[in-house]
Structures are given as structure tokens and as C-alpha cells.
Design a protein. Structure first.
Lengths: 244, 314
């Protein structure tokens, strides 16, 4: 029963300043296990800073982060990853001079206690899931931008995380690739908790169980896609903003 | 055959070639090659940190000297024989690199270069300061009678060549094993993209520290062997110059290649040897050659070779 109540990932009063700028302002946030949560908001709303604090890349100025019932506010990033988080950067971050296989292998190899067969299996499976298996011996830097994004997602899912954080994963993907991405996320959801920062509203509407809207560092609203679509404050925040 | 197996066989073959060379080389080059193999071992140690992990140290002379003096001082002042004295050199390397690594890794990038440079300078001055024991700049000779290991006289050219080859071969194969292991892959990952490596779940700082220790210890073992095989320890080996040398050798030969350090050391040794027989401005010739090489072969000799011919080389 406890697991039904304890959120999988949660924050309390989470804030981050950059000098005088308040990038994230006292955000209280809760996502239950297995939910797909989209985080949306105008440019500069603080979305990347917020998830950066969840995964340990950015230190909070104040507030707390709980993951699977544990306070992880002060935990270094690599230990959060080993606890079951995976993170993909907004600006693609891969090993450009290594092959796709080596990229994914690095992501997953620590998970399998040195079991070489399991490592190879997880590596190949993740590449297959994003449709890059036939390119596994290519150099990652030679891929198109969209394929590099998919590679980074493959690195994330090869870790079989409990919480997958994706920062604008569909940026630069072709329409057909977006369609298979949506399918992939739906397949993963249910097992995995997924936080999805996304500007493409079709992707958001097709995947998210719930949506959190950030604006000027603060949480503006949280609700089902229908709620958010109908929300006046959200419409106002997006007014004049044409979100592609 | 897997790439890693091919690479191992290639390097074993190369070691076999070095073994055969001793029967063909005239005495002068035979002696040079023994010296080059020991210095190349120093460069291989440097390469673990610089070439594979991507950390540029300007203070490796302190590790080389730690081994050299760990070996030489225990032998000269405590009367230790070659075996235990070599172990002392090895342990001095582990301790110094663990300590310096712990402190210097609080910085990164240019600060790391400067901090390692400063530590090495402090080490150099310490050696001068304790001149009573170290004989400072002048250094001290290690008596021929002491240069005996398991009844083998290491001052004899043939034995010395074989000892140098053994040291070089072991460190070469060790480097290859290390870089083919998961630990080695993480070091390369750190070099390629430190933030991504951290965000994949690796304790980057810890790996860097282990890399400094592996690198510094290999440099120290080379320093100890150098003193033992060539019978001399002196403060010059702790000077800035000897921190710059392995950087140049590795750059020339190919950073992040197992054989690059050897090829770079060999190349530079003979470049200086030849140009100094032609002119007193030999450093100028050497300098120009270095600039040309870095302009036209930016990945170094073995690096280019790997790129064009043998992409599976470690
Ligand atoms: N390292 C930093 N130093 C200074 N200011 C920063 C830093 N990182 C982010 N900011 C600022 O914090 C605010 C929030 O940035 P953040 O990247 O979190 O927004 P975002 O919602 O992800 O925007 P986008 O949709 O453009 O990715 C912005 O005003 C940004 O300029
Ligand atoms: Mg962002």
C-alpha cells in the first residue's frame, strides 16, 4: 500500500537561482510510479534546470528531492543513475568518436555484473528499440542529428531505468521518427516512470498521462491533457508564443 | 578474430621483433634501444593519463623521480638489494601519485596543468634541498656491484637490453589489457565526454584518481628501472624538462595508442641524436620537425597509422 501513496519522484520547495535570476522557484512536484508526465512551458521557463536538479547535474539552491522514498537532494549524479534514473540532455551529448555500440555499451555495462552476454544483449536490444541496430558499428558523430538523439535515448533505455528523464527528445526528428518515438514511449510507460520535456504538443497529447506546466520558474498548473488544454492561465502563458 | 585479439597479437609480434633486433643491432644502437624502451615505459605511463583519460599533466617528472629515488636512496643509504629497492621505487610511485592525484584533481583543465607543474617543481626543489642524501644536481652513481638482480648483472649490455625489453613488454601488455577492460573504456569515455560519462552512472572523479595512480606508478617503475639499468640518479630527471618529454613523445607517437609512446620516444631520440651530430642548434631542428609533425600528423605517427591502416589497434 505504501507504494501507492509514496510518489516515485517528488520535490518540495525546489529552487535554483543563477545570480539574481530565479530559474526554478519553489516547485512542489509529485509523480507516481509508472506515470508518463510531460513538462511543458515557454522557452526559459526553467524546465531543463528543474530536471537537471532531479538527476543531479545541477545543485539546487534550496528544497528537497525524494526518489523512491529516499531523500536524494545531496546525492551525486552517478549514484542517482545507479539507483535507477536515466537522463538525456537537451543538447545531444554522446561519445561522438565512438561507435553506436560502444556508446550504448558504456551506458549499460555496469548493470550486469560483468556478464558479457547480458551486456551485449542489452546493448543490441536498446539499439533495436530505437531502430538503429543496423548502424551499430558506425561512428556516432557521423549520424544525422535526429539519429544522434535516438542514440541517446537508446543509451537511456539500455539502463532499464525506473525513471527516464527526456529533455526535448523529439527535437530534430523526422515525422516518421516522431511517430515511432511516441510508440516507444507508450510501450515503456507503465513499467517506467517517464518525465518528458517536450515542445511538440502532439507528442505531449499522445503520450502524457499528466502534464505539468512551468512558467517563469514556477509551477503554473498540473493536470490531465484535457485539464491543461482548457486551463486559462496556461493559455495566457502561451499567448503570443507559437509552439511548434 | 576479435579486434582486441588482433591488437594483442600485433603487439606481441612487435615485442618479438624487438627481441630479435638485439642480435642485429650494432652496440651503439643496441644501447640506445635499451634506453629508449625504458623511457618509452615512462611515456606509456604518461599516456594512460594524457592519451586515454584526457588529463594533461605537466608534472610527471615527479613520478619518474619518485621511483628513481625510491629505488636509488634505499639502495644507497639503506643498503637494499635491487629487488627490494625496486619495490621501494614502485611503492614510492603509488604513494606519490595517490597523494598528488588526490590534491591535483580538485582542479581541472589549465589549473590541473599548473598544479601538477607546481607540485613537480616542489618535488624538484625538495630533491635539491636534501642534497646531503640525494647529492642534488650532481646526482649519484649506483655501483655496478649493486646492479645485480637474482644473480644477473644488469650493467651487462645484453642483460640490460633484456631487462628493458621485459619491463617495456610487461607495461605495454598491461596497458593494452587495461584499455580493453571496462575500466579502460570508462577512462576513454571520460576523455571523450566527461559529463555524459558521469550522467551514465560513473564516478568520474574516482576513475580519474585511479588513472593518475596507474599512470604515475608506471612512470615511477620506469624511473626506478632507469636508475638501476643505467646506474645513475640525479635531480635533472625531476626537472620540468622531464615532465615535458613524455608529453612530446606521446604527441609525436600518437596519444591514446599503445605503441605511440615507444614510436614517439624512438623518433625524438634519433631526431636529436642525428641533428646534434650535424649542428649545435640541434634543438632548432628538432623543434621544426616537431612543429611539422603536429601540423601534418596531428594524431601522431601511430595514431595516423591506426586511422589509415589498422583501425583495430588499441
Ligand atoms: N548555467 C546557467 N547560468 C545562468 N543562467 C542560466 C543557466 N542555465 C539556465 N539559465 C537561465 O535559467 C532560465 C531557465 O533556463 P532553462 O534552460 O531551465 O529553461 P527551459 O525551460 O529548459 O528553456 P528551453 O525551452 O529553452 O529549453 C533561463 O532564463 C536561462 O537563461
Ligand atoms: Mg530546456
Amino acid at each position: 500500500m505504501a507504494d501507492m501513496i509514496t510518489p516515485h519522484i517528488a520535490t518540495k520547495g525546489l529552487s535554483r537561482n543563477f545570480g539574481g535570476l530565479i530559474a526554478v522557484n519553489a516547485v512542489d512536484f509529485e509523480v507516481p510510479k509508472g506515470e508518463i508526465r510531460a513538462i511543458i512551458g515557454p522557452n526559459g521557463a526553467g524546465k531543463s534546470t528543474f530536471v537537471g536538479m532531479l538527476c543531479g547535474r545541477i545543485a539546487p539552491s534550496s528544497g528537497e528531492i525524494m526518489f523512491a522514498g529516499q531523500n536524494i537532494t545531496a546525492m551525486p549524479a552517478h549514484r542517482r543513475i545507479r539507483l535507477g534514473m536515466a537522463y538525456t540532455f537537451q543538447i545531444t551529448s554522446i561519445f561522438a568518436r565512438l561507435t553506436l555500440k560502444e556508446n550504448v555499451r558504456l551506458a549499460t555495462s555496469w548493470r550486469w555484473n560483468g556478464d558479457e552476454t547480458a551486456i551485449q544483449h542489452a546493448t543490441l536490444a536498446a539499439l533495436e528499440q530505437v531502430g538503429l541496430a543496423d548502424r551499430m558499428n558506425q561512428i556516432a558523430g557521423d549520424l544525422s542529428y535526429g539519429h544522434q538523439r535516438l542514440l541517446e535515448i537508446a543509451m537511456g533505455i539500455s539502463q532499464h531505468p525506473q525513471l527516464l528523464i527526456l529533455d526535448e527528445p523529439t527535437q530534430g526528428l523526422a515525422d516518421s521518427e516522431i511517430a515511432s518515438f511516441v510508440k516507444l514511449i507508450r510501450d515503456l510507460g507503465g513499467d517506467m516512470t517517464i518525465l518528458l520535456i517536450e515542445h511538440n504538443m502532439n507528442v505531449v497529447m499522445d503520450t502524457a498521462d499528466k502534464i505539468t506546466v512551468l512558467n517563469l520558474g514556477s509551477e503554473l498548473a498540473t493536470g490531465t491533457p484535457q485539464d491543461i488544454r482548457a486551463n486559462k492561465a496556461v493559455q495566457a502563458a502561451y499567448l503570443g508564443e507559437t509552439h511548434a | 578474430m576479435s579486434d582486441s585479439k588482433k591488437s594483442v597479437i600485433f603487439h606481441l609480434g612487435f615485442l618479438g621483433l624487438l627481441f630479435l633486433l638485439q642480435f642485429l643491432l650494432p652496440a651503439y644502437h643496441h644501447g640506445n634501444l635499451a634506453r629508449i624502451m625504458v623511457l618509452a615505459t615512462y611515456a606509456m605511463g604518461y599516456n594512460i593519463l594524457f592519451g586515454y583519460t584526457g588529463l594533461l599533466s605537466l608534472g610527471h617528472a615527479m613520478f619518474f623521480a619518485a621511483g628513481m629515488y625510491g629505488m636509488g636512496l634505499t639502495m644507497t643509504h639503506l643498503g637494499w638489494t635491487a629487488g627490494p629497492a625496486m619495490v621501494a621505487g614502485f611503492l614510492a610511485g603509488v604513494l606519490v601519485s595517490a597523494g598528488i592525484g588526490f590534491l591535483a584533481l580538485r582542479t581541472s583543465g589549465v589549473s590541473f596543468m599548473i598544479v601538477t607543474l607546481m607540485f613537480a617543481q616542489a618535488g624538484f626543489l625538495t630533491i635539491l634541498y636534501f642534497g646531503e642524501w640525494t647529492r642534488g644536481d650532481e646526482g649519484f652513481v649506483i655501483q655496478q656491484a649493486d646492479r645485480v638482480f637474482a644473480g644477473i648483472d644488469l650493467s651487462d649490455p645484453t642483460n640490460r637490453y633484456l631487462a628493458a625489453l621485459l619491463l617495456f613488454g610487461l607495461c605495454l601488455m598491461l596497458t593494452i589489457r587495461l584499455m580493453q577492460s571496462r575500466f579502460g573504456h570508462v577512462l576513454i569515455a571520460i576523455r571523450e565526454n566527461e559529463e555524459r560519462t558521469q550522467m551514465l552512472g560513473y564516478h568520474v572523479h574516482h576513475h580519474k584518481w585511479l588513472a593518475v595512480i596507474a599512470s604515475g606508478t608506471m612512470a615511477a617503475v620506469a624511473g626506478a628501472a632507469y636508475a638501476l639499468l643505467f646506474g645513475y640518479a640525479g635531480a635533472t630527471f625531476a626537472s620540468v624538462q622531464y615532465s615535458i618529454f613524455p608529453l612530446l613523445w606521446v604527441l609525436l607517437g600518437g596519444a591514446g595508442t599503445a605503441l605511440g609512446p615507444f614510436i614517439g620516444t624512438l623518433f625524438m631520440f634519433y631526431l636529436i641524436d642525428l641533428s646534434s651530430s650535424l649542428t649545435t642548434a640541434y634543438m632548432l631542428i628538432a623543434g621544426v620537425a616537431l612543429v611539422l609533425l603536429t601540423l601534418f600528423l596531428p594524431q601522431g605517427l601511430v595514431g595516423e597509422w591506426r586511422r589509415r591502416v589498422m583501425p583495430w589497434l588499441t
